[in-house]
Write a protein that binds this ligand. Sequence first.
Ligand code: GLN
Length: 289
Amino acid sequence: MKSQRVIDALQEGSDCLQRQGIEKARSEAEFLLLYLLNCTQTHLYLNAEEWLHRDELFAFHGLIRRRSRHLPLQYLTGQSEFIGAEFLVNQETMIPRPETEMLVERALKKLRKRNPQLSTVVDVGTGCGNIAITLAKALPCRTFAIDISIGALRVAGRNAQDFGVDIIFLRGNLFAPLEKLGLEGKVDLVISNPPYIATGDFSALAPEVSRFEPRLALDGGEDGLEFYPPIIEGGALYLKRGGYLALEIGVGQADKVKEFIIRNGYFQYLETIKDYSGIDRVIISEKNG
Ligand code: GLN
């Protein structure tokens, strides 16, 4: 392999990404080189005329090659930011989204207002653990985090360890692992960002999502709404009176999910919160039955 100067490697990497339809080709190539060299942008450009070591160039080409196949940056670096903190991720876990920050922030606000000594929280479908861990860092709480994927739970467990928080991780479908724990009527918050993409919509998604993120974490069945009724039912069973149900929802799902909540009969619907693009994204309800 021919050696290359920093600036030329960057240009070539950027061109390569662009040819494969990666939108922010230049800044992504730069991001990958910064990640690889573990340096700042200023340092990179001050040394733009320097030659890269052969092994650095080899590794950079590898990253560019994988990114040009549309593997998300977060899976390349193994990290994703959520509310200002870096979480480990891999292809067993969905990449945390900015919209979900709103879900967590609103739920926190509600819990803080009630101010119990120790809140009991259940995160259904924890993925890399971003929701449960952020809550546990912010509040004194006993946190249960459930996922059906053992691969996801492994990542979440490492994240909890890295952040130094105690979380009770349970493997299983929705609330199934809570059976026999005696938590009925004792939970202060049930929070979930369930899979909510309709099966038929997958083909229209960016390849980053449809090819590489775990289907299990995204696919909400024919209409995308499959998981809401059982989560609402579980919420009704496990929440205490005055406890909160905080759910993330997909585009155009607000009315339906609200209807499920009202029809369940145990909840008072509180609010729907829009995300940064003005899309209804979070629904908060309170158990009152
Ligand atoms: N709880 C994780 C998140 O919100 C994963 C959600 C999921 O896998 N559907 O990012």
